[in-house]
Design a protein around this ligand. Structure first.
Ligand code: AP5
Length: 215
């Protein structure tokens, strides 16, 4: 299965990707995670990306397209993958199509997760992540047993720099301006599956799977 998860920041792309990875045994390819690792490792790409990410802006298309082209040829992607956070512009979507054409592959489904702005703001401002193992929590919806400590590994929880309110608002604006045109782009190609992204994580997952079966 080759799948794109499309949705605004906080729509649940990462959360639902993890469930899909478990069930289908294919990797989650998250450009956000790859870029955050590059920032942490202080690579040249990471140092360049940081200034965009801190402001909630998109990293340049050429950089992100290069990252994806390198990642999709890895052995673990040969049976499929879940793209989380890529593509985010029409230029990225065109580049992805070209890359997959050259590999004689294609995208089977594009799942668009729909969540209203108020809920997106709540989800993002309350998100906490473990510094040590990367597990995700939420101060209201998915609390750790002890405040600010990871249940799994005892690591300290932190808030992503771009999960501060001003930056969240900028990310949501950029989603509307630059990424949401991809909804029509993929609808026109007959690939779009639109899913209500509100409610419990497991209800949303069931809806995603039901749309696969109906399509
Ligand atoms: P990225 O890491 O991709 O961030 P994003 O798209 O803004 O996505 P998020 O991780 O914030 O949200 P999500 O939809 O995955 O939601 P999640 O499941 O985590 O990108 C970060 C930055 O990197 C970008 O701003 C940009 O600078 C750069 N970048 C990345 N890709 C790029 C690209 N292709 N081109 C250019 N630049 C790029 O859930 C969020 C929270 O909600 C969590 O706390 C979770 O527990 C909670 N939650 C999830 N589901 C539910 C539910 N059903 N009910 C209640 N809470 C829920």
């Amino acid at each position: 299965m080759r799948l794109i998860l499309l949705g605004a920041p906080g729509a649940g792309k990462g959360t639902q990707s993890k469930r899909l990875v478990e069930e289908y045994g294919i990797p989650q390819v998250s450009t956000g995670d790859i870029l955050r690792k590059a920032v942490k490792d202080k690579t040249a790409c990471g140092l360049m990306a940081k200034s965009f990410m801190d402001k909630g802006e998109l990293v340049t298309d050429d950089v992100v397209i290069g990252i994806i082209e390198e990642r999709l040829v890895d052995e673990d992607c040969s049976e499929g993958f879940i793209l989380d956070g890529f593509p985010r512009t029409v230029k990225q979507a065109d580049a992805l199509e070209k890359t997959l054409d050259e590999m004689s592959q294609n995208i089977e489904h594009v799942v668009s997760l729909n969540v209203d702005k108020e809920q997106l703001l709540k989800r993002l401002s309350g998100r906490r992540i473990c510094k040590k193992c990367g597990a995700g929590y939420h101060v209201e919806y998915n609390k750790p047993a002890t405040d600010d400590i990871c249940d799994d590994c005892g690591g300290e929880l932190y808030q992503r720099d771009d999960d501060k309110e001003d930056t969240i608002l900028e990310r949501l604006k950029i989603y509307t301006d630059q990424t949401s045109p991809l909804i029509n782009y993929y609808n026109d190609k007959g690939l779009l599956l639109s899913v209500d992204g509100t409610g419990s994580e497991s209800d949303i997952y069931d809806r995603i799977k039901a749309t696969f079966e109906d399509s």
